[in-house]
Design a protein around this ligand. Sequence first.
Ligand code: ZN
Length: 393
Amino acid sequence: MKELLKEGERILLFVIDGVGGLPKNGKTELEAANTPNLDKLAEKSVLGFLEPLPPGITPGSGPAHLSIFGYDPLKYNIGRGILEALGIGVKIEKNDLAIRGNFCQIDKNDIIIDRRAGRIETDECKRLVKKISDKIKEIEGVKISFYPGKEHRFVIVLSGENVSDKIKETDPQKEGLKPYEPEPLSKEAEFTSRVLNKMLNEIKNILKDEKANFILMRGYSKPPEMESFYEKFGLRALGIAYYPMYKGLAKLVGMDVIENVKSFEEGIQILKDKHKDYDFVYLHFKETDKAGEDGDFEKKVKEIERVDKYIPEILKCDFKVIAITGDHSTPWKLKSHSWHPVPLLLYSEYAGIDETKRFTEKEAIKGYLGKIKGHELIWILLANAKRLLKYGA
Ligand code: ZN
């Protein structure tokens, strides 16, 4: 469909993370919230549902975001190591291999006594990661970097031409066994396996006097090979997010990202300052998802109301096409992401017509857009921005 792309209007995609919900005393989080600005916008817009993954499948934020960025989430897979790295703000380059590491405790016969080394504190993790980083920088021409995460977790990134992810995980998933060797699972991975074995030997030596005296590795992954957002859709895009994971996901598809945004309020300021320089802006709001995961109905309602207050400022940026949706639902009742389709609002002069009056699940059922796949949304946005030529004569 790339041959159909042309210049056109500017587009805003506003993702309210986990916004879809389930009722409490007959009203969902969106229904219970007092949202005069969203209501007004819904009246001028059309609604529908977005399904980030096939029916019944609960998405993680990684695949859900790839989907709403227009990439088929079943075709492009983001591995656990990459997600973990993005989550703590590590920059991932094209040929990098990211690995999830955790500190563990082994006895003198190398048997694992505790897979999490007693869930060491995050500060202790930082100290140990620094101790390793000071000694290990490079092995056989492969640059190796270590980044502390929460508690016993950290991330290892190997940067080099020939690194492979076809390596056996070393975590046997239970105590009383020796860690597995990072064996190559294919011929191309023999070099990486050798590098990792050398690395493990050095780490064992560095940590020999510590309680957390060894590490386990899993989730080897490289960034998925895919076209950038610009190559795929011809849109110069800006990502505005204040959590590392979402900055990372925007960067992964090649969007420009402003690094030091720390809150949604700062994000709105960036939006006002920068929107004119871009064809497409992705704006992310996180707290609705957090409240949903905490099972806190009232908090989620409050966060939706907080979003509502910024709608007039967002509208002042004069995007001709605006989509508001979630990357998935996070109903308070399930305290987790869920498979429920997410309400979608589309504002545009050419959007269509329906009688929806509020941005809620119940209104979305009546909406003009019906139910669409997450990765197909971008084409509807492009069309409304007059960025698509006719297909065929
Ligand atoms: Zn999410």
